[in-house]
Ligand binder design. Structure first.
Ligand code: FAD
Length: 426
């Protein structure tokens, strides 16, 4: 018998334990294994340009873009979704604003469809509670839906997969130009260059980034609303059950990587100062600042605050919206509730960059003045717009026309088939 067989030294003992049966079963008990699927098109992923031919390209997989892509896929369009971040959901998941609203107004649901399906399923899977929309709350925020941001992001991926949407994370358009059959969009990511030929683009970047890249006009306020960094100190965060704490990041600007970096540094520094001042544990911190406002398009139709607060029923309305006018300033926010019975609508024209073809936006960058936008930018409204843009773009791709020329009745019909609520018909 060799001496070390009889008397294993401590180093050998550890190696045996880790490699032996006991160690293996311990590892199995605490670790599940998954295998990454091969690239869908099996193309090399570095130093080569990957090509995609699609009907609909959605840029930005946030609150609106996720829904637009799922809808386009479900309508039968070959759809690709390019997102510069690492997951779906945008402000809702990466920003941590996981309390979407408002799907209801004055005792009934006014926005439904794919956004609601995703929110409802996230809450049900999480064992959470849905608000009772039949009851008119005293404060608007009481009917926001506490949603588990982590589950929402994964469920969104599952729904994209089922709808046949191809996802490209960590990528963003660098150049775009008109070609015979639509658009050529060149995207970059680390180790990746991608050329996408598409018939229609849906810009859901929040700040109309593609619209800007293509040279169409955009609007931006000199003094914008602050952003917010979301975090929790002192107590454990319970996702899907509560809102987290927020710190205003004044001057936050989402228009480029330098200003976003600056906002994140400022936000995190403020959180650190708070932790030091309050001597409490940091239990949760979102990876990015949430931005309330940046560029909006100059569209075929501008929604003004009068349109919004009077609940104007636009002839080309494609979705409802509901929220107080909610302008955050240096001194805070005082939401101005809408008058009883008022349900604003969103016209298709506010999603179309003026003078454009084969291009539509959805989300907070729709054409609206600052005050109207402060109400329109909320998540249920963004989801409603996303679904409508998904229908308009995919029908336009199918029929070789442009979203503004697709007959409104056709858009409404497909939206209704996919569970959406059409203004005036709720
Ligand atoms: C702090 C805060 C509190 C809020 N409170 C509420 C609330 O209580 N209730 C409510 O309903 N709403 C609230 N809102 C508003 C709401 O969350 C947002 O306005 C809405 O989510 C915006 O949706 P979006 O789809 O337009 O943009 P986002 O959800 O921001 O999505 C944009 C996506 O595009 C991606 N992107 C951007 N540029 C590019 C590019 N060039 N290429 C590829 N991808 C790109 C981004 O990474 C992101 O994923 C709040 C917002 C903030 C910031």
């Amino acid at each position: 018998m060799k001496p070390h067989d009889a008397q294993p030294d401590r180093r050998n003992f550890l190696q045996h334990s880790l490699l032996g049966t006991a160690g293996a079963s311990m590892a199995l008990a605490s670790t599940s294994h998954v295998t990454v699927a091969a690239e869908p098109d099996n193309q090399p992923t570095h130093e080569a340009t990957i090509s995609n031919h699609v009907d609909v390209l959605v840029v930005g997989g946030g609150t609106a873009g996720t829904i637009a892509a799922i809808q386009a896929g479900r309508t039968g369009a070959k759809t690709m979704l390019v997102e510069r971040g690492s997951q779906l959901g945008g402000t809702m998941t990466t920003g941590g604003v996981a309390f979407p609203g408002l799907f209801d107004a004055w005792g009934k649901q006014v926005i439904a469809g794919i956004g609601w399906e995703l929110v409802r399923e996230s809450v049900e899977l999480d064992g959470g509670e849905l608000p009772n929309f039949a009851k008119v709350p005293q404060r608007h925020w009481q009917n926001q839906v506490y949603t588990n941001q982590f589950l929402y992001a994964i469920l969104a991926e599952e729904k994209c997969h089922k709808a046949g949407v191809e996802l490209a994370y960590y990528e963003f358009p660098q150049a775009a130009k008109r070609v015979a059959d639509g658009w050529q969009v060149d995207c970059v990511g680390f180790g990746t260059q991608r050329r996408i030929l598409c018939k229609q683009i849906i810009d859901c970047t929040g700040g109309a980034e593609v619209v800007g890249l293509l040279g169409f006009d955009r609007l931006r306020e000199e003094v914008r609303q602050p952003g917010s960094m979301l975090f929790k100190i002192g107590e454990e965060h319970q996702p899907g059950r509560e809102q987290v704490h927020r710190l205003y990041v004044h001057g936050a600007d989402s228009s480029n990587s330098r200003t976003v970096t600056q906002a994140n540094l400022t936000g995190r520094r403020s959180v650190l100062a708070k932790v030091r001042a309050e001597k409490k544990r940091l239990m949760h911190l979102q990876p990015e600042t949430g931005f309330r406002e940046s560029y909006r398009i100059v569209g075929e139709t501008m929604v003004t605050v009068n349109d919004y607060t009077s609940g104007r029923q636009f002839d080309d309305a494609i979705s409802n919206a509901f929220y107080p006018v909610d302008l955050h300033t240096k001194t805070g926010v005082r939401p101005k509730p809408l008058k009883p019975g008022t349900v604003p609508t969103i016209p298709l024209g506010a999603l179309i960059p003026k003078g454009s073809r084969d291009l539509i936006v959805a989300g907070r960058c729709l054409c609206s003045d600052q005050l109207a936008n402060s109400g329109l930018r909320v998540q249920a409204s963004c989801m409603g717009m996303g679904q409508a843009a998904g229908v308009a773009a995919s029908l336009a791709a199918q029929t070789g026309t442009t979203p503004m020329e697709v007959p409104l009745a056709e858009i409404h019909k497909v939206l209704r088939e996919h569970g959406a609520i059409i203004p005036g018909k709720a």
